[in-house]
Write a protein that binds this ligand. Sequence first.
Ligand SMILES: Nc1ncnc2c1ncn2[C@@H]1O[C@H](COP(=O)(O)OP(=O)(O)O)[C@@H](O)[C@H]1O
Ligand SMILES: [Mg+2]
Length: 370
Amino acid sequence: MKKQFDPQSFPRAVWLILGIVLAILVEFVDYITGPEIAFNIFYVLVIIYFVWYVGYRTGYVIAVLLSSASITINALTGHTYYSDLNNFVWSVAVRMALYLVIVVLAGRVHQALKKEAENNLKLKKANEEILALANVKSHFTAMVSHELRTPLTAIRESIRLVHGEMMGALNPEQKKFLGMAERNINRLTRLINDILDFSKLESGKRKFHFQEDDLNTLLQDSAKVYEPLALKSGLSIEIECDLSIPKLFFDADALSQVINNLLSNALKFTEKGSVAVGTRMKGPFVEIYVRDTGLGIEQKNIPRLFHAFEQVTLRDGKRPEGTGLGLAISKQIVDQHGGEIVVESEVGKGTTILVRLPLQAKLHCVEEIE
Ligand SMILES: Nc1ncnc2c1ncn2[C@@H]1O[C@H](COP(=O)(O)OP(=O)(O)O)[C@@H](O)[C@H]1O
Ligand SMILES: [Mg+2]
């Protein structure tokens, strides 16, 4: 790597010697050019140099020395004004004051810039550390989840076979305990899948496959999957699709994951009434909505819903089953489609979750495919 020039790495003595040489040079040129030329600017530059590279305090010393020296040189080169001692002393005093003010100003600017550079460096380091940590975290979660998933699949399948009496009949006690094991293994599998999904989305590693497709079909398929669960809870799922919506470009697997999560939430937090899913046009968006007549969400909690692991609605005073990752995953997926998720809710009345997909996403996605 090419090494960058860093003035700070020079020893101060080098800057001091260079500065003295520069000051002598300026004095010399001032002397040979005579009193006519407005030479103050060069003295000022020398003072700024000292403040910048040698130090604030040395700047004061140099300001005092140079103001005396410059007036002396003017006197020596025949400026008649200085033949009067009074004039001479006043001139030294005024010039000294001017140079000292320059030292103060240059010093302030230098310190402010130095502080800013230090802060920037600190921020950069902190940022790098955060990025490195995020990377470790996402690697760790992905690795752990993968390692857990493989044996878990084997355990789940074995339990499913035995519990399903494929390996022979079970007595009621055995069936009860294996049923419990199966439910918990399924729960664990969902948790691991959610964590894996979330960490993949967060690290940008999830690949999306956009294709032109029909949103209504996707919605109807999901509703069908959840119908038995709804019936079991005494609820109905109403499908209200607008058949005139255009086809859109989207990743069907990813969007069905979103709709499934919204439906499962709606069913989970609704005790009586119904759940409705539908599509409609809404300005430049196609809107998917999932509406329930459930417990509702307090306004103050709505922004938290999309944070990972946040569960805000209690069912019978207890934390509901789930990971609190569903909406965080859904939001990331909808973001990747250039869309947005909006929550409208009233405690005791119900919740409507709106997923808005932009119509122009069509163009954006086509470009991505090509
Ligand atoms: N339809 C809904 N009605 C009431 N609360 C909801 C609804 N959908 C989501 N929530 C709240 O948002 C939280 C987060 O949802 P989600 O991210 O899907 O996680 P999970 O379903 O695993 O709890 C839920 O735990 C619940 O508190
Ligand atoms: Mg959920």
